[in-house]
Write a protein that binds this ligand. Structure first.
Ligand SMILES: [Zn+2]
Length: 457
């Protein structure tokens, strides 16, 4: 096969790649604190001859590494942050390795290393072929709080690229066209006046204000687009019933299908907060935390990924892996014993170029996809009934089911890159589609300049 050298270059480093993914699994670090993960990836990139910048864009756990020269410049978007509270051992029931500790419940340990694998494969291809082309590996912190890439974009990242590739673990092997929503995240801090709740009448309750804000937000729901979502959680809500709370904080996410809808809804939500403060004689401070664009996957890139997919080694699982996946499937509420899934782990490939899916989630990959043509592709890294952000996903992120999907993903991205390195007209085609999709819109970073970048604790 013409591209055998790409697959071999990645599989030759299988042991190292798996080792890094398992180190991250066993030592999970949450958003903006991915210090060790960042160091392990930098070390591996350096060992592979990449020119590595550790901590660019004012983010100590970000990475920019490159190899090659000239166009096309293809960027790879790595993530490696874990989720709080999703620690899990390899047991097939909920069993945190560290009670309340973080875990890779979205498999970003696999994501970071899959992207490293792709970079290794792309370098091997450029080296062997002597073609013009550059691979840029971006280590992107803090995807789980949906703002790492947005901060990086604010600081100038990604504009150097011709194309951007992203990968994620999933319960299927697939490419999804369509979009997930844009988002804003903000904490509303209300300040009132404390008082004895029974003896005095001169208190001003910050908690009343927060509750009225939530009621206002609930009335807003009737007048927002059906694909918009608003959710909130209290961060602070008083300490005792006999003290009028002088402090209350509520954390909101506003999501919508398009960035402009997020801006509009968020503006109305801020008005509601100010109205709640006015009603209660309190004040409100709005702490804007960050935001991201909706995703905008590029169809030309999707078609090329679909075209090269048959060259990726087919998924093969041992009896033991199938038994693990089957046991995990049975722990899911979706499991129907009368109609069990046709296979415990997905082995096929799903791509419908005519299907446009509106996903309720969000990803900061959307920001990159509004700067250059980009795509995210998915490989099965868990049981077929697996759902991200659960202990079952954490479990598979640390076993051979996850590792197999990770390596297949790295190979897939490197094979797709090989097509673009050999045919610049595909890059031009992707840009034409990108401009059509943008429809006159230009990227305007959702995070204002004055919002500081969170630093490792
Ligand atoms: Zn994720």
């Amino acid at each position: 096969m013409e591209f055998r050298h790409i697959i071999d270059a990645i599989l030759n480093q299988k042991a190292t790649l798996e080792d890094i993914a398992l180190k991250m699994y066993n030592d999970p670090e949450i958003a903006f604190n991915e210090v060790k993960a960042c160091a392990w990836l930098c070390e591996a990139l350096e060992a592979n001859g990449f020119k590595v910048q550790k901590g660019p864009y004012g983010m100590p756990t970000a990475i920019r590494a490159e190899w090659g020269s000239g166009h096309p410049v293809i960027g790879l978007l790595a993530e490696y942050d874990a989720l709080p509270g999703l620690s899990q051992t390899q047991n097939l029931y909920k069993d945190p390795a560290v009670a309340g500790g973080p875990g890779h419940g979205c498999g970003h340990n696999l994501l970071g290393v899959c992207t490293l694998a792709a970079a290794i494969g792309m370098k091997a291809d450029l080296e062997k072929s002597g073609l013009s082309g550059t691979v840029v590996f971006y280590g992107c912190p803090a995807e789980e709080v949906l703002m790492g890439k947005t901060f990086m974009a604010r600081e100038g990242a990604f504009r150097e690229l011709d194309l951007a590739f992203a990968w994620h673990g999933n319960y299927t092997n697939t490419i999804v066209l369509g979009q997930s929503g844009g988002l804003n995240s903000a904490v509303f801090h209300f300040t009132g006046r404390a008082a004895h709740a029974s003896w005095a009448w001169n208190g001003r309750s910050a908690l009343d204000a927060a509750e009225l804000m939530n009621i206002g937000a609930n009335y807003l729901r009737e007048h927002m687009p059906p694909t918009s979502r608003i959710h909130y959680a209290y961060k602070e809500a008083g300490v005792a019933p006999n003290i009028v709370p002088d402090k209350a904080s509520v954390w909101y996410y506003v999501r919508s299908q398009y960035r402009r809808q997020v801006d509009e809804l968020y503006g109305r939500l801020c008005d509601i907060a100010r109205g709640a403060a006015l009603m209660t004689g309190t004040s409100v401070e709005i702490e804007f935390q960050g935001g991201c664009y909706n995703t905008m996957p590029n169809k030309v890139l999707a078609d090329v990924f679909a075209e090269v997919y048959p060259l990726v080694p087919a998924p093969e699982y041992t009896e033991e892996e199938l038994a693990i996946a089957d046991a995990l499937n049975r722990t899911r509420p979706e499991y129907d014993p009368n109609k069990p899934p046709a296979e415990p782990i997905h082995t096929g490939f799903i791509y419908d170029p005519d299907k446009y899916v509106i996903s309720p989630g969000s990803s900061d990959v959307g920001d990159v996809e509004h700067i250059v043509p980009g795509i995210m592709v998915l490989n099965a890294t868990q049981n077929i009934l697996g759902v991200d952000h659960t202990w079952q996903t954490t479990c598979c992120a640390g076993n051979s089911i996850g590792l197999k999907g990770m390596l297949r993903g790295g190979i897939w991205m490197a094979l797709a890159a090989a097509r673009f390195y050999r045919d610049n007209s595909l890059v031009q085609k992707a840009w034409k589609t990108f401009r059509e999709d943008l429809d006159g819109e230009t990227y305007n970073c959702p995070i204002p300049k004055e919002v500081p970048i969170p630093q490792p604790e």
